[in-house]
Design a protein around this ligand. Structure first.
Ligand SMILES: [Zn+2]
Length: 511
């Protein structure tokens, strides 16, 4: 009797549990109200732009807006908004990858291009390096879109590569470039290649990448005139910035915006030309990377990062012209792949104040200042090196002056303090030492892997302006996502970077 009662009670409890589950209890399968919206029922846009600021998150964008606003303001804090921050669709994307909260451009690029999380360093493959993912750009090409890839860094770099290649390591530049040629995409513009002859990779009988491209029907433009002469009838195009190909430029990238001379091509020029080349009745997809925001932040060079962020916005303005002509047929997305430098607006030494106007004094990027230091090292014995020799260069490059400088009275805010002079003298000693390698922990914390004198000048000017960096690597911050045009509503809210790919797939209706 007792046993039967227990059995009956147990049955009753089981029934109650199942009922609760069916009525929406904890095992319910109904979608969470917090899940991001990756479905779209509108018409697919014809003109799709994805702008990626490498290393660009909220600090880089805010700093650029404050720098510009401060330049025009009359004392009260005012920002000048970058155009893309006014887009109606605004969200946030997490950037962690399959192995770390702090990702790299290969894994975050793979997430956006193909919708999968992988390990750092891998181009569009799974963490085991066995399965290749198909990027949205290739799917769109199959669906009839023309495809363009534009970057300020080399075309074989991680961010552009994830849109046309599958490779176990981002460092296999020759293999990646060979896949660029095979992609049959319609427009490649911007920087050059890091290993166009396969020398670094030791490839036997390697065929030059430009030769391969010509054989595959690409028109290769390497002068400003040839590039500006490209048009809608040019066919498949490889447009390589002449400044990036310059032999003295060992990064083979476009110049920093801060260093770009009048007459040299800009990122906006390459986007404008791409729009002209790609225009066709079936539409196009263009990925545009501002690749050196990342490099500037690795070097803790706030001014160079700010100018490259502004240059990215100038390139976005070219896409906006298409949007204004075809608002219902265009989609523009602007985001970053991760944050670089742990950049902060605020520094212990300046408390609640910022002095963005001090960054206006920086006339060249860390790369150009490095060249001045290299020249000095060439002609000077370490024992006879002294900071006083370099003060004129520091003044012309960073605006920083010593207390004995003739302009010290006029610009007291840019006078180097005793502490800063000590830091510069220590850094110069390190720069002049036989081994540039910053092998000790203290050296790494002070200088990273950069020229000690250069990075110290950057730190001093950054800090005087009220900006600080916490790392020479990337950070784990989420990135903002801005969207305008067809399907922009899908970009509301907080989601994963892989969702950017899923939203793009849904809006363009490719699977
Ligand atoms: Zn980086």
């Amino acid at each position: 009797m007792k046993k039967r009662l227990i059995a009956a009670l147990s049955l009753l409890m089981l029934f109650a549990f199942i009922s609760a589950a069916l009525l929406g209890g904890p095992v319910s399968a109904s979608p969470s109200p917090y899940s991001t919206n990756n479905t779209y029922s509108g018409t697919a846009p014809k003109y799709v732009f994805l702008f990626i600021g490498d290393g660009m998150s909220t600090p880089q964008i805010n700093a650029a807006q404050m720098y510009l606003g401060n330049r025009e303001s009359t004392g009260t804090p005012a920002i000048k908004t970058l155009d893309f921050t006014k887009f109606p669709g605004v969200g946030s994307a997490d950037t962690y990858d399959a192995e770390s909260f702090i990702p790299d451009s290969a894994s975050t690029g793979t997430a956006m291009a193909s919708g999968y999380k992988t390990y750092g360093g891998i181009i569009n493959m799974d963490p085991a390096k066995k399965t290749s993912y198909e990027p949205i750009s290739k799917k769109l090409k199959k669906a009839g879109y023309k495809v363009g890839i534009v970057t300020t860094v080399t075309l074989d770099h991680a961010t552009p590569a994830v849109f046309y290649a599958n490779e176990a390591s981002r460092g296999n530049y020759y293999n990646i470039a060979a896949q660029l040629v095979k992609s049959n995409f319609d427009y490649f513009g911007g920087g050059y290649f890091l290993d166009p002859d396969g020398k670094k990779a030791n490839v036997a009988n390697a065929v030059n990448i430009l030769e391969q491209a010509r054989k595959s029907g690409y028109k290769v433009a390497t002068t400003k005139n040839d590039i500006l002469g490209l048009n809608n009838g040019s066919g498949k195009v490889l447009a390589l910035d002449p400044t990036a190909i310059t032999a003295a430029n060992d990064s083979y990238s476009m110049p920093y915006e801060l260093d770009r001379k009048t007459g040299q091509l800009s990122l906006a020029d390459f986007v404008r030309k791409g729009i002209e080349v790609l225009d066709n009745p079936k539409g196009y997809f263009m990925m545009v990377e501002g690749g050196k925001i990342d490099w500037a932040c690795h070097a803790n060079d706030a001014a160079a990062a700010i100018h490259d962020t502004i240059a990215l916005n100038d390139a976005v303005k070219e896409a906006l012209k298409v949007y204004y002509q075809h608002p219902s047929e265009t989609l523009i997305i602007v985001t970053g792949d991760h944050e670089t430098g742990g950049m902060s607006i605020g520094f212990a030494g300046t408390e609640y104040s910022t002095f963005f106007e001090k960054l206006e004094k920086q006339s060249r990027s860390y790369v150009e200042f490095d060249k001045l230091v290299a020249e000095y090292k060439e002609k000077t014995k370490p024992a006879s090196a002294k900071l006083e020799d370099l003060l004129p260069h520091i003044k012309s490059s960073y605006g920083l002056i010593s207390a004995t400088d003739a302009d010290a009275g006029k610009n007291p805010e840019l006078v180097l303090t005793d502490y800063e002079m000590v830091r510069l003298r220590d850094a110069l000693r390190k720069s002049m030492s036989a081994s540039k390698v910053t092998s000790t922990e203290t050296d790494y914390l002070l200088y990273g892997t950069y020229e000690p004198l250069t990075v110290t000048c950057n730190h001093i000017l950054d800090n005087k302006a009220g900006i600080n960096f916490s790392t020479y690597s990337h950070s784990g911050l989420a990135v903002p996502v801005y969207a305008i045009g067809a399907g922009y509503q899908l970009f509301y809210g907080a989601y994963d970077d892989t969702d950017i790919n899923k939203k793009l797939s849904a809006i363009t209706k490719v699977r």
